[in-house]
Design a protein. Structure first.
Length: 265
């Protein structure tokens, strides 16, 4: 009577057969042959565009397979879990992501962005009234202008009017804010380095859009846009040293900061 051992645990050095004996050299060689046959069968099935299961591989190789009957309680729990997983997405979609909620989530980010882009208007009126920018930094306004140029160009390359139209306003408003800031800048204000960096960045975006392949330009401009957008939101922190030294928040653009927090939220 020929006994064909069935391997229940695969290990690199030792395998255990059902009748409780350690595998010797001959059995190890048989085990290696079986594993090689299994890998070859799997590669052949993958080459044919199929992904066979382990049970199908055992059947194809003539190896016996076994299945353990599930415990009634375990089967009931498994069925309940499958039913729960099928019900939860439908309930969540119906209860949470209704039409009104979905429309709100689609419309609120662009609107919050426009509120952010218009928030420095109060600061501009204060600059004109005082005749000076005081200790306020121009970094947020320079970054806003560069951010608008980057994402407007990105939207044009992607042929997406939603992105393009939503970012025309920061490009134009950011330029206006930079002009107003420079016109009323304080004697010790640092403006030209920020404005120059924004101008060089915008020129680089234009050159990349014209000279590089569309996919490459879109990828690079997208990464650059994410970076400058981060700088735009972190811009008010440029005067954090002044705030800590003077123990006053006069140098922080309050409306811009609150709009930025709301936009990120």
């Amino acid at each position: 009577m020929k006994i064909t051992p069935r391997f229940t645990h695969i290990d690199a050095k030792l395998a255990t057969v059902h009748f409780g004996l350690h595998v010797g050299p001959a059995s190890r060689q048989m085990f290696r042959t079986y594993r090689l046959q299994q890998r070859l069968a799997h590669r052949a099935a993958c080459a044919a565009g199929q992904q066979p299961a382990r049970r199908e591989l055992h059947t194809a190789l003539g190896r016996p397979t076994r299945s353990r009957p599930a415990h009634p309680a375990a089967a009931a729990v498994s069925l309940q879990r499958r039913e729960l997983h099928s019900v939860i997405p439908a309930v969540a979609e119906a209860a949470v992501l209704g039409p009104a909620v979905t429309q709100f989530l689609q419309m609120s980010p662009p609107l919050a962005g426009q509120v952010l882009f218009l928030s420095p208007m109060a600061a501009m009126r204060q600059f004109r009234a005082d005749g000076t920018t005081g200790t306020v930094s121009c970094l947020p306004y320079a970054a806003m202008s560069a951010n608008g140029v980057a994402w407007t160009t990105y939207g044009a390359l992607a042929s997406d009017l939603t992105i393009t139209l939503a970012n025309v306003s920061p490009a134009l408003l950011g330029t206006y804010y930079c002009y107003t800031f420079y016109k009323h800048r304080a004697p010790d204000a640092t403006a030209l380095p920020y404005f120059g960096a924004a101008a060089v960045f915008s020129a680089g975006v234009g050159v990349a859009a014209v000279t590089l392949p569309t996919a490459t330009a879109q990828l690079l401009i997208g990464y650059a846009g994410v970076a400058v957008c981060t700088v735009m939101f972190a811009g008010p922190l440029a005067t954090i040293k002044t705030v800590l030294n003077d123990r006053t928040a006069e140098s922080l653009p309050l409306a811009y900061t609150l709009a930025g927090v709301g936009n990120c939220t």
